[in-house]
Design a protein. Structure first.
Length: 578
């Protein structure tokens, strides 16, 4: 039950049980001094009951006191290792497991979810779980086990006094259980408020250039300020409600003290309970109620952590793309067979059929929003098609594991993504275990070896966040070097030269000519002159194929391609006039 509730792996489940046991032993070690004190107290008071003090017994109790101190130290060291260390390992496992699961989800999931929410799942929710594993669940579980153990122990001496001490415990926890709906409602509101504030902050930071350029600081900061003001209000309300409910439950718990006194005095008066045992029960009851204050105080945090775990459950319930990783392809011709696809309710690709031959260059052109980039991403199976099929070498790509499929595909996008690492490592991503010579050879073929060599640290130069220290052309050439190193049989080029100046564009085109030799190539381009020599040009309009053929054929046909080509020829001579 605990494993399912907390979404634990077998390893984490075992370690959590050990941490609860460690917490119980630590708490039990603190109860032993009370027991020794009671036994010492009884021995010292023997003369008042007509007996004699047994000094050897007192010396034994003194020695036991020293042993108990050592035992308590060992128990708490063991508890620390089994709670905090286990919690950090579980949180690390949660974060890496979540990242691995997200990596296998289709891009449609990320279309439904905001990036901020995913970040909150990975950092804030996992942080909450880390705290619950280290400070809440072990202490809560250990206290309950210790409570049960103490209850049985005291019942052996006198079940009536044990009942008087513990009867307020289920009343106190029952009250908190009745208030759980209120806890959950406020907890969800607090989580949503944190998410809203994070979204506002991310939007503010991402748009800081626009905010500065257009003087939007006041308006944009106002929405950010309001989000954090709302977070402050809901946080205050959460703490107030949790504090009030915890205080009421503790008052109910403490009601057991006067009840214990009343029952004890009644039994002593009736002669059915020894006065000394009555005093000892009072001492133990104080210790019990003090220890029970911990799980009561942690109750709100426990419920809050369960909400965070539930949010992670929702992510894990998303089904990753399936497929076999044992598929072997001999040829790399790509076939679209009556393919249809849409983002949520919006149809983007409508009953498209065409072939992309191996060893040929196929270009996808058309107005913005016609579905060009979507087709390339469907080939890579970033999404599954809604209808029809896409086949490579006659195999439906839905039967191929996505990671296996991507081993045969290289991408060069307009928006290059580089990691805040060295140039060498950014290129080496293309091939696991690549040698230094292979990386440099790929860089030479991509026309980026010269500019890299001019840098003070060469290939060991850090490129900054997303390549911020490099120009657009340099980043693009590094991405081509990465693709050259991978040497995949299928190449997808999505507007690879769209935003480059003429000098950089020439160098990029030379690098691309190296990349696409003898490959199955799909080119997406707005600049029609860059794909004029393609073997086949597929012209898209409103998600359908308007026409296809070679460049000269399409120009002679006078259709959409010829119209777009003519418009670009007219705008090529446009200039700003004073």
């Amino acid at each position: 039950m605990l494993k399912k509730l907390l979404a634990l792996t077998d390893k984490s489940h075992k370690e959590l049980k050990k941490s609860i046991l460690a917490s119980f032993l630590a708490q039990l070690s603190l109860s032993l001094p009370v027991m020794i004190l009671m036994m010492t107290f009884i021995e010292i008071l023997q003369p008042f009951w007509g007996g004699e003090v047994e000094w050897p017994k007192l010396w034994i109790l003194a020695a036991a006191s020293v042993a108990v101190v050592v035992l308590a130290f060992i128990a708490h060291c063991y508890e620390y290792g089994k709670t905090y260390v286990t919690a950090y390992e579980a949180a690390e496992e949660k974060r890496t497991g979540l990242a691995e699961h997200l990596r296998k989800l289709p891009l449609s999931y990320f279309g439904k979810k905001d990036l901020t929410e995913i970040t909150v799942n990975m950092m804030s929710d996992c942080g909450t779980i880390e705290q619950s594993f280290s400070s809440i669940i072990p202490a809560f579980g250990g206290t309950l086990i210790n409570l049960l153990f103490t209850c049985v122990l005291l019942a052996v001496f006198d079940w009536r006094m044990a009942l008087a001490i513990f009867i307020s415990v289920p009343v106190s926890f029952g009250f908190l259980l009745l208030c759980r709906t209120m806890h959950d409602r406020i907890g969800r509101a607090h989580l949503q408020s944190k998410l809203d504030a994070s979204e506002q902050m991310q939007e503010y930071l991402e748009g800081i250039k626009v905010i500065k350029a257009f003087g939007l600081g006041g308006d944009k900061f106002k929405s950010l300020e309001e989000a954090y003001r709302q977070l402050m209000k809901i946080s205050t309300k959460t703490e107030t409600v949790n504090g009030a409910l915890t205080t009421i439950s503790m008052m109910m718990l403490r009601f057991g003290i006067p009840l214990t006194i009343f029952v004890g005095l009644s039994l002593v008066t009736a002669g059915s309970l020894d006065l000394l045992y009555f005093l000892l029960f009072l001492i133990f009851s104080s210790r019990i109620y003090t220890s029970l204050s911990t799980p009561l105080a942690l109750w709100g945090d426990l419920l809050y952590s369960l909400l965070a775990i539930k949010r992670l459950h929702e992510v894990y319930e998303e089904t990753p793309m399936g497929g076999s990783d044992g598929v072997v392809l001999q040829h790399y011709t790509i076939e679209f067979d009556h393919v249809s696809f849409g983002y949520q309710e919006e149809a983007v690709i409508k009953d498209i059929s065409f072939s992309i031959p191996q060893g040929k260059v196929t270009a996808l052109v058309g107005p913005s929003g016609s579905g060009k980039s979507t087709l390339s991403k469907l080939i890579a199976r970033f999404w599954n098609v809604d209808a029809g099929s896409i086949r490579i070498d006659g195999t439906d790509i839905r039967k191929i594991d996505p990671e296996r499929l991507l081993t045969w595909i290289s991408f060069v996008f307009q928006d290059v993504v580089l990691f805040n690492d060295t140039i060498y490592n950014n290129i080496a991503i293309g091939k696991s275990g690549a040698t230094r010579e292979e990386v440099e050879e790929a860089a030479r073929r991509a026309n980026c070896h010269d500019f890299v060599s001019r840098l003070p640290e060469g290939y060991d130069t850090l490129v900054g966040e997303n390549g911020s220290t490099l120009s657009g052309g340099e980043r693009q050439r590094i991405s081509i070097a990465r693709a050259l190193l991978k040497d995949a049989p299928i190449i997808l080029l999505d507007e690879a030269t769209a935003s480059l100046d003429p000098e950089n564009e020439l160098e990029i085109q030379e690098a691309l000519s190296q990349l696409i030799k003898d490959k199955t190539v799909v080119v997406i381009a707005h600049r029609l002159r860059t794909i004029a020599g393609a073997d086949n040009i597929v012209v898209l309009e409103n998600g359908r194929i308007a026409e296809q053929g070679s460049g000269p054929e399409l120009l002679r046909a006078g259709g959409l391609y010829a119209k777009l080509f003519g418009i670009q020829q007219e705008t090529a001579g446009w200039a700003v006039e004073a």
